[in-house]
Design a protein around this ligand. Structure first.
Ligand code: GLU
Length: 414
């Protein structure tokens, strides 16, 4: 039978199993198997050449039982309704795992920002906010950056919302530039969270980070900061990649040089002649492998060839269900996406809290609070996996979905 690469149905299967293990019946699964709300919009944008192009966008809100929904907006040619739905469900799980008072949401626009001018991107960003304005807001649904969106895009979106609202509304969106109410440390938060769980996972496996061989797939926001943090900790980053290829040096790559040369979409390998493929990168002999790029990278096909002792998912959905099984059976410690990449939304929450109170924290305060959230979350998921003798993904889903299920029951929905 062909492997299930469908993000939505494979997520539903694990949610079902997690609810089952927690003792919830079919009715709770019926409620949580899909987002409560999904808005599909068409956004007309005047392009620089004078033509009008109509873009398709989505906003999914999985559950608002715990609180407002929260999650990024992705700009990518491959965005689909199903993907946005699955991503909104993962946000519910992430918020549950790091214990933030939110449910999950996610947005996406089918577009290729690499082919668009700044003016076109601004008009698209503002058009999206106008199109979804009825269902978003600082106490309803709070967007943030995701693949190919950044602080500038958040700034345009915040400005558009504030104009419509006729108030300055920094709490409408997170991941803003610092001068517009962004939080210290938000830009590097996902990578910092991944670094913390790598350190925790390494302790469990008796691996010394100093000198550990690390391979990172993807050199975008998460992957590039992560490479820097790992090399600063004394690890040897022996492989990195972007969408076009991968670089490998068994002695360790010069990360500062690569950071200096990458473009704003994380492309750097095109500058080199001697590259390997992304497929070869994943199978390199290393201690820690971090898929930090796109979905369905570790599958039944290559899971047997993974040589790392620890796999930490910094991307959303890089490992299939079948591959999760294989890695677990092989004794590889898999730290799932909904735990590993929760640092971003955690500092987004801190940003929103700071916007609401109008008082801003120092870098150190943010870092300390993020550290505690991630360490507690790792311990909770690890201990659940150990005590129930289940894999880390199922454990993370159990921890992540529990609160939303309980809140739904208290509200009398199920
Ligand atoms: N897009 C990020 C994620 O997938 C961050 C979401 C947020 O900060 O709300 O976790």
């Amino acid at each position: 039978m062909a492997e299930n690469l469908n993000l939505l149905t494979s997520t539903q299967e694990v949610i079902k199993e997690a609810l089952n293990k927690l003792g919830y019946d079919e009715a709770m699964y019926e409620l949580l198997k899909e987002p409560l709300r999904l808005l599909k919009v068409r956004i007309p944008v005047k392009m620089d050449d004078g033509t009008t192009k109509v873009f398709t966008g989505f906003r999914a809100q999985h559950s608002d039982a715990v609180g407002p929904t929260k999650g990024g907006i992705r700009f990518h040619p491959d965005v689909t309704e199903e993907e946005v739905k699955a991503l909104s469900m993962w946000m519910t799980l992430k918020c549950g795992i790091v214990d933030l008072p939110y449910g999950g949401g996610k947005g996406g626009i089918v577009c290729d920002p690499r082919q668009m001018s700044m003016g076109e991107l601004e008009r698209l960003s503002r058009g999206y906010v106008r199109a979804v304005s009825q269902i978003v807001g600082p106490t309803k649904d709070i967007p943030a950056p995701d693949v190919f969106t950044n602080a500038q895009i958040m700034a345009w979106m915040m400005d558009e919302y504030s104009r419509m609202d006729e108030f300055n509304s920094p709490g409408f969106i997170t991941g803003k530039p610092i001068v517009l109410g962004g939080s210290q440390g938000r830009d590097r938060a996902t990578a910092e969270g991944v670094t913390i769980v790598i350190q925790e996972a390494a302790k469990k496996r008796g691996i010394d980070i100093k000198g550990a061989r690390v391979v990172i797939q993807g050199f975008g926001n998460a992957g590039s900061f992560l490479a820097k943090f790992m090399s600063d900790l004394g690890a040897k980053v022996i492989g990195i990649s972007d969408a076009y290829g991968a670089l490998y040096d068994p002695e360790g790559l010069d990360i500062d040089y690569l950071l200096d040369r990458r473009d704003s979409f994380g492309t750097v390998t095109t500058l080199f002649e001697s590259t390997i493929t992304n497929k070869e990168l994943l199978e390199l002999d290393c201690d820690i492998l971090v898929p930090a790029a796109i979905e369905n990278q570790i599958t039944a096909e290559n899971a047997h060839n993974i040589k790392a002792q620890i796999v930490v998912e910094a991307a959303n959905g890089p490992t299939t269900a079948e591959a999760t099984k294989i890695l677990t059976e092989r004794g590889i410690l898999l730290v799932p996406d909904v735990l590993a990449s929760a640092g971003g939304v955690t500092v987004s929450y801190f940003e929103w809290v700071q916007n609401n109170q109008g008082y801003y924290w120092s870098k150190e305060e943010v870092r300390e609070k993020l550290h505690k959230k991630m360490v507690d979350a790792f311990e909770n998921v690890y201990n659940t996996a150990q005590s129930r003798n289940i894999n880390m993904r199922l454990a993370a889903y159990m921890v992540g979905v529990r609160r939303t299920a309980e809140a739904s029951r208290f509200r009398g929905w199920v």
